[in-house]
Design a protein around this ligand. Structure first.
Ligand code: SF4
Length: 423
């Protein structure tokens, strides 16, 4: 499994403390307090969707899907932490308050269900989460340390990670391989026991980190090699941007309908710029409940209802469309995201959400992922996004494939990107 993080992130020493927000440790954002709720595997049951809607109502009503398939509730007032914590705990979204920021576990929104999946991984994700939450030492992991569980479909191949379990068909039965920051440890385990490998790797990182101010494996000099050595193995040479384990790389799940391996369907909808409001979440909860299923959020800021019986598919699609969500796989909204921007963040001087809407009208459906931000803080910009635009009152810059160009304003960035091949 290859990592595509920017080289500059590797081994960069940390001089600040980990202020990554959580559900209990709120971030004092410019539009009020911000809570980030971790959803391992991007999973949210009907009751949990309803709890997130209620949490959104405590604040401004802006609910964002993040680039790690978590949820952010914005504009929370002073004193909202306690009622928010209570309603999240009631919905099972805080199984261990001490570990709430460490539960960064990514999986495909159609985990184990994609036609290319090599095995079922829902239980692996759940076992990893349980193991993490049961281990006091692992509560010291940074809120940015991430686990990836790739089911062999290749949908998460190349996704940056600290620790990844990558499932392949194996000689007789499916097995999971352990990767550290893109490097193959050569360690393999049956899926049922693979969570232990990932937890062992997290312990090895904590031991290697010692007192160093490193949040992630890549921030330790020789980090992946050192963690592997502590586990008693030698890491295979790392290949940034190279082929994934098993040679399979699959594009993200597009909006619309996907036939699952078991014959049922998964229906994916895209909220423009990854933003939902409480009424939409309530209706999603009702929809999931009515189908006897749950929602899966993805790093592409989509919502997928999995395991939908054929007989319900058309009605589900109609309801998602009625909610204002995008179901067209050819939509220019695919892969397009933006920070909170004007009217949600006082630092913003450019309306990057309006800019994103303009880009959605011009982008090709297979254009590379693109993120817009309204100041140099670049909130929500993942290290591996191919196109990044940052605009402020002084102008801004457009980054495409390692090339950085200055622009005077949003309009110039739009013109520049419209002229890019394949954009
Ligand atoms: S990047 Fe966007 S959301 Fe983040 S501080 Fe700047 S304007 Fe605010």
């Amino acid at each position: 499994m290859a990592a595509t993080a920017r080289a500059s992130e590797h081994c960069r020493p940390r001089s600040d403390s980990d202020r990554c927000p959580g559900a209990l440790r709120l971030h004092d954002a410019l539009d009020g307090a911000l809570a980030r709720v971790r959803l391992p595997g991007g999973r949210a049951s009907a009751a949990q969707l309803a709890a997130l809607a209620a949490g959104g109502r405590l604040g401004s009503g802006i609910v964002e899907i993040t680039s790690r398939a978590n949820v952010q509730l914005r504009g929370l007032p002073q004193g909202a932490g306690e009622p928010l914590g209570a309603l999240l705990a009631d919905a099972g979204l805080l199984p261990s308050p001490e570990h709430e920021r460490a539960r960064n576990i990514l999986a495909s929104p159609v985990a184990g269900r994609h036609p290319g999946a090599a095995g079922e991984v829902d239980e692996l994700v759940a076992a990893l989460d349980r193991g993490l939450c049961a281990d006091p030492a692992l509560a010291t992991l940074s809120g940015r340390f991430s686990f990836v569980v790739e089911d062999g479909s290749g949908i998460l191949s190349g996704r940056e990670h600290d620790v990844a379990l990558c499932v392949s068909r194996g000689a007789a039965t499916p097995e999971a391989g352990l990767f550290l920051d893109g490097g193959d440890t050569g360690l393999r385990a049956p899926i049922a026991g693979a969570a232990e490998l990932a937890l062992e790797a997290a312990h090895a990182f904590i031991a290697e980190r010692g007192a160093a101010a490193a949040w992630r494996i890549r921030e330790l000099p020789g980090g992946a090699e050192r963690v592997a050595a502590r586990m008693g193995v030698k890491l295979a040479p790392q290949v940034d941007g190279g082929p994934a384990a098993g040679g399979r790389t699959t594009p993200p799940v597009p909006p619309g309908r996907l036939r699952q391996r078991d014959g049922r369907v998964a229906i994916t909808a895209l909220p423009p710029v990854g933003r939902l409001d409480p009424p939409q979440l309530d209706r999603l909860a009702a929809l999931a409940r009515g189908c006897g299923t749950e929602a899966r959020l993805s790093p592409c800021r989509t919502v997928t209802l999995v395991d939908v019986p054929d007989a319900h598919a058309v009605a589900v699609e109609r309801e998602l469309d009625d909610l204002g969500l995008v179901l067209d796989p050819a939509s220019g909204w695919r892969g397009l995201s933006a920070c909170a921007g004007l009217r949600a963040c006082r630092r913003a001087t450019a309306d990057v959400r309006a800019a994103a809407a303009a880009r959605a009208a011009q982008r090709a459906p297979d254009a590379p992922a693109e993120h817009w931000t309204a100041c140099e803080r670049r909130c929500g910009e993942s290290g591996d996004v191919p196109v990044a635009v940052s605009i402020d009152a002084q102008g801004g810059e457009v980054r495409t494939g390692g090339r950085v160009r200055r622009v005077a304003a949003v309009e110039e960035a739009l013109v520049l990107l419209a002229g890019e091949r394949g954009s």
